[in-house]
Design a protein around this ligand. Structure first.
Ligand code: MG
Ligand code: MG
Length: 309
């Protein structure tokens, strides 16, 4: 794992249908994310937050989609930045922002991986697979579509930026799902995606599934991106999300996943998405995300205890 960390705030909230995610990156900083990472001893470069693209061109698409031109513009912007950062010898940490940011991050890092001749793997930690296409989205909120775009599913061409390197469905592992639309179920089955919904995780535990996935990443000498949506976690411990679904991962399960990835040394990028500080309770969600990021990047559990994690 690179010891040079680059933080980039992506204050996107046009994809989730409510206000608040705009403040996600700054809330994570206020909760001490930069200090947690600096304490690990590597170099940290916090590039601040990017600004909303100024040129938003009218975009034709299914009429029920909300803020499509804004998300297309964000995706274009984020994709270029993600490609750039993933092409350098640093570990990018993207702070959201709603999960529509992943259309840009996933496509950008996958392009960089392809250019270096490596496979891009993604560990998707989320209550939702975000596999809706532009036509299948029921809510019209585009934070439900980024994985469909990054996989190259139909309907995005000519509306979203060209996809240079679609992610191979065989390189994705989804964990924590517990709210899946019918159309998304069909995609999961058609593509044969590796999915551990909460029911399976409750039965199996997290160790075996994570170990198996990490073995595959290692065997392929691939790159590994971790995309963490706040709603992966149980709302009791992480209330600051607009799409909370009961029955999510516990603090212990989430830390165990992060610890195992850390020990593997395979992670190459991270994104924290959907944090809505308006909905937080005494900043506990932001603090937990900082702890989990620290755990992923090498903070030992003894030290974590000092910060109340
Ligand atoms: Mg999501
Ligand atoms: Mg979600």
């Amino acid at each position: 794992m690179s010891k040079h960390f680059t933080i980039l705030g992506l204050p996107v909230e046009a994809g989730c249908g409510r206000s608040g995610c705009l403040m996600g990156p700054d809330s994570l900083r206020s909760a001490g994310l930069c200090e947690v990472i600096s304490d690990l001893g590597g170099a940290l470069n916090d590039l601040g937050n990017i600004v909303q693209p100024s040129s938003i061109v009218p975009t034709a698409g299914p009429a029920h989609l909300k803020k499509l031109p804004e998300i297309v513009a964000w995706t274009q912007h984020i994709q270029a930045l993600a490609f750039d950062f993933a092409s350098q010898d640093s570990f990018p940490i993207f702070l959201g922002g709603d999960h529509s940011m992943a259309a840009g991050t996933l496509s950008g890092i996958a392009q960089a991986a392809a250019q270096s001749g490596q496979s891009q793997f993604v560990l998707w930690l989320d209550a939702h697979p975000d596999l809706n296409t532009l036509s299948s989205s029921l809510s019209g909120n585009l934070h439900g579509t980024p994985m469909a775009y990054a996989l190259g599913l139909h309907g995005f061409a000519d509306i979203f930026p060209p996809l240079m390197a679609p992610i191979d469905p065989a390189n994705i592992c989804m964990m924590g799902l517990r709210s899946v639309d019918d159309a998304e179920h069909n995609v999961i089955n058609e593509l044969g995606l590796e999915v551990y919904d909460m029911q399976r995780l409750n039965a199996l535990g997290v160790v075996k599934p994570i170990a198996g996935f990490l073995d595959r990443v290692a065997a392929a000498k691939g790159r590994l991106h971790i995309s963490l949506d706040v709603d992966f976690l149980d709302p009791e411990i992480a209330p600051a999300v607009g799409t909370a679904v009961p029955g999510g991962a516990s603090r212990r399960e989430a830390h165990l996943i992060m610890d195992m990835i850390c020990e593997s040394g395979l992670a190459t990028s991270l994104e924290l998405s959907e944090l809505n500080p308006y909905l937080d309770v005494k900043d506990k969600t932001a603090a937990l995300l900082c702890d989990l990021a620290g755990s992923l990047l090498g903070q030992k559990s003894i030290k974590r205890g000092k910060k109340g994690g």
